[in-house]
Design a protein around this ligand. Structure first.
Ligand code: C5P
Length: 412
């Protein structure tokens, strides 16, 4: 596996029963190659021990503003700047109030004031506290100051009450972190071309051949690329999704239209072919609806032989990925998808060579990937195979955008 440029967060664990979920959060981040350094507030230390947090981060835990040893190793200013993002989970009413009002009397609050990085808060508190006027005021102020929030969720709380106040689940916080890490203009000036959804190949004016692609993964990728600053064109087959903000959308129906739209959208720096292009189309699309024979055939085969059901002859569609990979205006980075049901990685490795793509994102579609919100993929590149954990499609998009930025920066 190639060395990812390490992304890191500074996690501030406040005092609340939800602090135990922060341990799980650190594990989930580590799976994704995101390193965590942690500050544990004194209230937080009532709920999780420095030892368990330290075992998971693989680092010492910072908790004392006036510790001579801590300050000598990594002072609060350096601590606040060394990470790509500061995450507060659980974010207590106290931590929110301190940051909203510029108070700094311990390591966590001092670090929050001193940081030049974005701050993401995952609040957790009793429902009445969350709905109290001071907390609402502080939240509004923090949002105005650019602080990001994830949660809280509705649900039963440890105190027995019901309502908003439960800290977001670790995987939701991970998704918010991936999103926050991607919004940094890393792809400013980059032209991205993304395809998504199925193609429809007409049989006659009312019938077509298509597939189960929902377009969700391609749309999530286009959204992540645009968010990271890329000038993004999305060529989409027929889907029922809202186009992502800031993306230029070109709607197409057939594979041949998709190819023409992609060629018209060139030049591009990066191409992501996430569309499930139909491999074949009927050689002739009838101009008027093909009529059913009056008397119903016993079985299709004999009926076809007797010319009572139409035989559809299929011809091959152009391979858009291969065509663009061999194009005079070939994008610098050509990325294809391989939806497989067997030998997922081996097939993807072969496909990479056959199609002339730089990377192939392989996914196993034997489960419920089509139309679902999650995806588990493998990135097959020039330097081997990266197995990505099971993630939401939007996380796959954010992570791919980060890898594209890294690759294009490295090649610039
Ligand atoms: O060969 P297969 O269909 O599995 O390849 C999948 C990859 O090739 C996807 O990236 C898909 O968008 C692209 N493709 C294409 N044109 C086709 C068929 C697939 O660009 N006709």
């Amino acid at each position: 596996m190639r060395g990812l440029s390490v992304r890191s967060i500074l996690l501030i664990v406040g005092g609340g029963i939800a602090a135990y979920k922060s341990l799980e959060l650190v594990r989930r981040l580590a799976e994704r190659g995101i390193r965590t350094r942690a500050i544990l507030t004194s209230a937080g230390a009532e709920f999780v021990t420095p030892l368990s947090l330290s075992a998971l981060t693989g680092d010492k835990i910072y908790s004392d503003l006036f510790s001579l040893t801590d300050e000598a190793e990594m002072g609060h200013i350096q601590l606040s700047r060394s990470a790509d993002l500061v995450v507060v989970a659980p974010a207590t009413a106290d931590l929110m109030a301190k940051l909203a009002n510029g108070l700094a009397n311990d390591l966590a609050s001092t670090t929050l004031l001193a940081t030049d990085k974005k701050v993401l808060m995952a609040p957790a508190m009793n429902v009445r506290m969350w709905e109290s006027a001071p907390v609402k005021r502080n939240r509004a102020q923090l949002e105005k100051d650019g602080v990001l929030f994830v949660g809280p969720n509705d649900g039963e709380m440890a105190c027995g009450e019901f309502g908003p106040g439960r800290m977001a689940e670790p995987l939701e916080i991970v998704a918010a972190i991936e999103k926050a890490l991607a919004v940094d203009g890393a792809l400013k000036g980059v032209r991205a071309l993304v395809t998504a959804g199925p193609t429809r190949e007409p049989v006659d004016p009312v019938r077509f051949l298509a597939n189960h692609s929902s377009g969700k993964q391609g749309y999530a990728i286009a959204e992540a690329l645009a968010r990271a600053g890329a000038d993004t064109t999305l060529v989409s087959g027929p889907v029922s999704l809202t186009p992502p903000q800031g993306v230029k959308l070109m709607r197409v129906t057939t594979a041949r239209e998709m190819l023409a739209a992609c060629e018209a959208a060139l030049p591009a720096d990066v191409l992501v072919m996430a569309a499930a292009v139909a491999d074949w189309r009927p050689d002739i699309a009838a101009n008027s609806k093909i009529k059913k024979s009056a008397d119903r055939p016993q079985d299709a085969r004999s009926a076809a032989e007797e010319n009572r059901v139409p035989l559809i002859k299929l011809v091959e569609n152009p391979d858009i990925l291969a065509t663009l990979a061999a194009h005079a205006a070939r994008p610098r980075l050509v990325i294809g998808f391989a939806a497989e049901t067997d030998d997922v990685v081996a097939n993807a490795v072969a496909k990479r060579g056959r199609k002339g793509a730089d990377w192939i994102i392989a996914n196993d579609v034997s489960g419920d990937v089509f139309g679902g919100a999650r995806n588990q993929v493998h990135l097959v590149s020039e330097s081997g195979v990266e197995d990505w954990p099971d993630m939401t499609k939007s996380e796959v998009g954010a992570r791919l955008a980060a890898r594209i930025a890294e690759k294009l920066k490295g090649a610039a």
